[in-house]
Design a protein around this ligand. Sequence first.
Ligand code: PLP
Length: 458
Amino acid sequence: MVAGADGQALVALDRETQFHPFTAIADQQGNGALVMARASGSSITDVSGKTYLDGAAGLWCVNVGYGRAEISDAIHRQSLELPYFHSFNTVANEPSIRLSERLLKLAPDGMRRVFYGQSGSDANDTAVKMLWSYNMLRGKPEKRKIISRSYAYHGVTAAAGSLSGIPMVHQNFGLPLDFARHVSRPDFYRDAPARDCATEESYSAFLAQELEETILTEEADTVAGFIAEPVMGTGGVLPPPAGYFEAIAKVLDKHDVRLVADEVITGFGRVGAWFASELYGIEPDLIVTAKGLTSGYLPLSAVLVGERIWSVFEEASRDGRPFAHGFTYSGHPTCAAAALANLDILEREKLVERVAAMAPSFRSYFAETLLNLRLVGDVRSAGFMMGVELVADRATKAAFPASLKVAGRVALSARRRGVLVRALPNSDVIALSPPFVVTEAELSRLAETLRDAIDEVT
Ligand code: PLP
């Protein structure tokens, strides 16, 4: 294992060779990258030998924790037996068939088939193309617009990036493309007072009305879908206000608009249920998953296709017309084997139940430790997803000037103290999403370190 001087050489080599995602080149050139070397459980160690508690599970994904020999053994076995073959033109492999069967059993009622890709972004592009194709096959080619929400994060490919509502994902790319529309995010803490909504229910009714007005303004015959993260992640960790999805579903049904649940973060246990759709009573037409499907050990995404959409494809294919979409790596057997081993661990160790059982203490550690700080405005969570919102003034909820980069500085201070948390873009929200195996002692260390980091910066 590299350490010390070798680590420094790697940082230098990284500066010279790698173009990092979502990274200001000046930061890479200035501070250099944090080069990770190995990990186990909820901890990760860099090339200098410093170990961090990973309060973010990578990017909300290493749900079963690091160092799972069972997943790496499954990958090893499958890659010796059949590392790869495609799934085009009626070809299949056992791991992807077994995984599909298992996903349909775990999924909320009404899901009929599974379509594979490799990332959350490409899976959202697949969902968009499914909606377009579905409407063309139904003789409604004009029904193409897809409504998303401000500050949503659905990925970065051209279609998924258009649906994302985080300004930096659009800037300098000329996005969104013209099929995408955005309505307000459901941010009860920050936005409801300005709408004169005193209760979550009245705020949900306001947001559903806004959605309906948007559909009517655009004309319902041109609107194909509405996409939502059940708990908005990168946009600020926003659990839905009470009654939100019920009110939205009524509007969508009335105007023949299909619902896509982007469960890339929330799927496979993060909110203490296998799917957030189940927890919030959402009945989606498409469910988009990735991240927790393999706990990040290999890249894999899956779009679960519901009855209303599947039945149209099934009918159309009787004329021999294929859904002409798919990837070289769709149904990748080695990635599917990793997912199967990951699901084995989640089931055997009852990790989804563990998240549900520990969620109240996760919340109370943080609420008790942080809410008495002058500059912490809100602590909100769903299962093992938490957002801590920093404000310049608690009474007025005034935000800090963006140039101060307060959340970024808090995350850096926590990192110096040996804890990794994420500062979300375009807000002063710190996100926490620990692996499901995190211990009570690690959770309290996470909360105390974050408190010290906030104290230092503010
Ligand atoms: N959808 C959601 C809700 C996400 O949080 C993300 C990534 O964070 C994506 C989609 C995009 O996934 P990927 O980065 O694998 O393309």
